[in-house]
Design a protein around this ligand. Structure first.
Ligand code: G3P
Ligand code: MG
Length: 265
């Protein structure tokens, strides 16, 4: 099955090495340091999480609150971008990373264009009941502005967000991140059909043999998160996934390259 996004460095193996929150095993997650490292390690795509600041700027951070990954406190949405930009987003991981800041989506797009594909995960906390002026439209407009449309896979655990993105542009690649509650018993095929998604993303723990048969039979690209052990990486590759989100993209790249070479690729 063809990949839903175009890679800058496609070696023809139909598999995407994805740096989860960047190379987040080695650098503070969702920072420019983590993204640059993932690129340098040979990742083919960078995954990041986005929320909105109080003044509506898409910013790159995983949690709804600042507490875990910055020296700030409280909800991201309660601070303007100017306030967020002053926070230290690296010291929690290690003193030498104290220069790291919360990036804007725009900064990451400027870094990535011409270089590396992106997975922009829209966090549920930022999704509203309306498409108008929401995070999807803001993020999509930035992607278009930097001419990255063909190199971006959007995704969200919030199925409203998946639907909004397709309303904005039926041709933009969107992965549906499996959420049991919203799925009403549906599996990969039914869900991807129902939401017109281009890929099915789920945890490697959820990706059973049954789902693998269903997705492969229906030609659905599948991306699984978050796999850091070599044994599990091999297991998922054998199960036929099209990409793995890993905090250690260097380890994943090595495994994929070796498996590809031994197949004669
Ligand atoms: O998009 C894959 C993965 O990032 C989803 O989980 O919590 O790490 O954003 P989380
Ligand atoms: Mg994520």
């Amino acid at each position: 099955m063809p990949l839903p996004v175009s890679l800058y460095s496609d070696n023809g193996d139909n598999f995407v090495v994805i740096g989860h929150r960047g190379a987040s095993a080695y650098y503070p997650e969702n920072t420019m340091g983590a993204f640059k490292a993932a690129y340098d390690m040979g990742a083919e795509m960078i995954e990041m999480d986005i929320l909105l600041s109080k003044d509506g700027i898409p910013v790159v951070i995983h949690d709804e609150t600042l507490n875990r990954t910055t020296n700030g406190k409280g909800k991201v949405v309660d601070y303007s971008y100017e306030e967020l930009a002053k926070l230290d987003a690296g010291s929690w991981f290690g003193e030498k990373h104290s220069h790291e800041r919360i990036p804007t989506l725009e900064e990451v797009l400027i870094f990535a264009r011409g270089k590396i594909a992106l997975n922009i995960e829209i966090k549920t906390e930022a999704v509203t009941d309306e498409l108008k002026n929401g995070i999807e439209e803001k993020a999509y407009n930035l992607v278009k502005k930097y001419d990255m449309r063909d190199h971006v896979l959007f995704s969200s655990f919030d199925y409203r967000s998946v639907a909004y993105l397709k309303e904005l542009d039926v041709n933009i690649a969107v992965g549906l991140l499996y959420d049991k509650q919203q799925s009403e018993g549906m599996g990969p095929k039914q869900l991807v059909d129902a939401y017109e998604a281009d890929a099915f993303n789920c945890s490697y723990r959820q990706y059973s043999k049954k789902w693998a048969e269903e997705a492969t039979g229906a030609n659905i690209p599948v991306f699984v998160y978050t796999v850091n052990s070599e044994r599990k990486m091999r297991k998922m590759i054998k199960r036929g996934v099209n990409g793995i989100f890993s905090d250690k993209p260097d380890v994943l790249k090595q495994i994929v390259d070796n498996m590809w070479k031994s197949k004669g690729g």
